[in-house]
Design a protein around this ligand. Sequence first.
Ligand SMILES: *[C@@H]1O[C@H](CO)[C@@H](O)[C@H](O)[C@H]1NC(C)=O
Ligand SMILES: *[C@@H]1O[C@H](CO)[C@@H](O)[C@H](O)[C@H]1NC(C)=O
Ligand SMILES: *[C@@H]1O[C@H](CO)[C@@H](O)[C@H](O)[C@H]1NC(C)=O
Ligand SMILES: *[C@@H]1O[C@H](CO)[C@@H](O)[C@H](O)[C@H]1NC(C)=O
Length: 209
Amino acid sequence: MTACLLNVLFCSEGGPSWSVPTGRRDGTVSIKQEALDQIPAPTMNFTELLQSFQNKSLNLADLVWLSGAHTIGIAHCNSFSERLYNFTGRGGPGDADPSLDPAYAANLRRTKCPTPTDNTTIVEMDPGSFRTFDASYYRGVLKRRGLFQSDAALITDAAARADILSVVNGPPEFFFQVFAGSMVKLGAIEVKTGSEGEIRKHCAVVNKH
Ligand SMILES: *[C@@H]1O[C@H](CO)[C@@H](O)[C@H](O)[C@H]1NC(C)=O
Ligand SMILES: *[C@@H]1O[C@H](CO)[C@@H](O)[C@H](O)[C@H]1NC(C)=O
Ligand SMILES: *[C@@H]1O[C@H](CO)[C@@H](O)[C@H](O)[C@H]1NC(C)=O
Ligand SMILES: *[C@@H]1O[C@H](CO)[C@@H](O)[C@H](O)[C@H]1NC(C)=O
């Protein structure tokens, strides 16, 4: 999680962005989805995910709440197609990730991602609700329908699973509150690392010196 990635998080230029409530005085902050997808790698297991968050002074609950940003996420087929076609390296539709709901995997292969290398077709991470900032991403994860291994990993840990259940069973405001709290912590990291590194003028490009 570099200073740049964290900058990109708060960068609204280029590509779609959404406003979410935060504890900041201006009340909103925009998120670039691709940046969240890189924090951390989508192939990480739970141990690695937690380590990468703890490395940035974020905790297990922050991992669960910030993963909730996938409620508005989209992904290209090729970013998760090894979970559909080539999980162990044997290849073929029978080589799907067993942690992914088999019926959902079959549906994705048939209707969305018939070609593993497809880098243009977009798949909603929270089907039916990907424009709405809500808890339905977590319901999908509980049904083993998260697109990435890092989504599936969240229910391999008892504490993380309990946090997910607290969002799913709580009022919508609960998710907004905890998400906003973790975003504020993330924002504080940005300030710290930003002063050490450089604040990029354009999100995706290193400043010219
Ligand atoms: C997580 O991944 C790391 C690195 O590949 C591996 O060493 C570790 O055993 C994995 N942990 C679990 C619980 O699978
Ligand atoms: C966490 O930090 C340690 C020490 O700097 C580093 O070796 C490790 O690769 C980091 N792990 C992750 C997942 O970022
Ligand atoms: C499947 O994975 C293996 C091992 O990573 C790789 O050698 C092979 O090229 C992959 N097959 C396809 C069709 O991507
Ligand atoms: C998508 O795949 C095509 C064909 O393999 C390749 O030419 C192109 O560079 C890829 N685009 C991106 C953005 O990776």
